[in-house]
Design a protein around this ligand. Structure first.
Ligand code: GUN
Length: 290
């Protein structure tokens, strides 16, 4: 039976934030204060928590934080006008519009309105395209966090078989692009994949990003594989109350996986750290500091 190593994303994220804070201090001494604007439309409780955490950590790293909270019935035109104001604001180097947006707003239209140079989520088609063809891009934060963890754990990823379960624009597709860039052999699997468990069993690196609590079972994991669990699902406990679980049945994976990220404390903290990293990168590029 394998001794499964738990990957401490919380500790790695804290380290990364420390490095970012040091670099921000250097920039501030030269008169540049990186600024991140976060836009939240409506009152989704999970989104409110994320936005609060993002704002607090932005300030902790010494950057400027601009929060824009708009009511759920905000007109699309008003949101687009706000994004355009932020595009034009020289104190704002990064813009993040929290998803999901209310149903009456066309998310794609909003994301396409963000200046690609300020698109710290990496969701604009220009950044997605740049990543796909191997140019410098602002890269989506969650997959970037996954790959940072993987490289710290495994060193070179070259030649490893990676299976990404989930094909979203936010995680699955960019995760596959990043793993390909690291010379992995990459498969994107999804809900329509034939023999999903069998596909997962071929993976040296298994990235679960489907948003379904504990869908990936222990016997879907190749012994010794590295498992990155992107899911954050709140489920009811039999005794009342709720708890967070990932997309992987964590207890079943013990003794099979070589390494695994826990939920919470795995990929989640890395996402915000990478957002701060992207904001720093965007600020430096906008200031002509490479
Ligand atoms: N909602 C859930 N995850 C994300 C994210 O990474 N960025 C944005 N903008 N919204 C999200």
């Amino acid at each position: 039976m394998t001794q499964t190593r738990i990957i401490d994303g919380k500790a790695v994220a804290a380290e990364l934030r420390g490095e970012i804070a040091r670099e921000v201090a250097g920039l501030k001494a030269r008169g540049l204060v990186p600024g991140l604007a976060v836009v939240l439309v409506g009152e989704d409780p999970a989104s409110q928590v994320y936005v609060r955490n993002k704002g607090a950590q932005t300030l902790e790293c010494g950057m400027a934080s601009f929060e824009h909270k708009l009511p759920a019935d905000t007109a699309e035109a008003d949101l687009l006008a706000l994004v355009q104001r932020l595009n034009a604001d020289p104190a704002v180097h990064g813009i993040l519009v929290q998803l999901p947006l209310p149903g009456h707003i066309d998310s794609m239209k909003v994301l396409s309105t963000i200046d690609p140079a300020k698109d710290v989520d990496g969701f604009h088609v220009v950044n997605a395209g740049r990543l796909a063809v191997g140019l410098d891009a602002l890269v989506p934060c969650t997959p970037l966090g996954c790959v940072i963890l993987l490289k710290r754990e495994l060193g070179s990823l070259a030649g490893l078989k990676a299976v990404v379960v989930g094909r979203s624009n936010i995680v699955g597709k960019p995760a596959a692009q990043l793993l390909l860039k690291e010379d992995c052999t990459v498969t994107i699997a999804h809900s329509r994949t034939r023999d999903l468990p069998g596909e997962c069993r071929t993976a040296d690196i298994l990235v679960a990003a489907v948003g379904r609590p504990e869908m990936v079972r222990g016997d879907w994991i190749k012994p010794g594989a590295t498992v990155i669990d992107v899911g954050i699902n709140r489920i009811a406990k039999p005794e009342g109350g709720t708890r967070l679980v990932g997309d992987v049945a964590f207890a079943e994976a013990q003794g099979i996986a070589g390494r695994i990220t826990p939920v919470p404390g795995g990929v989640g903290p890395m996402t915000i750290a990478c957002l701060l990293q992207n904001t720093l990168t965007a600020a430096k590029r906008q200031a002509g500091l490479g």
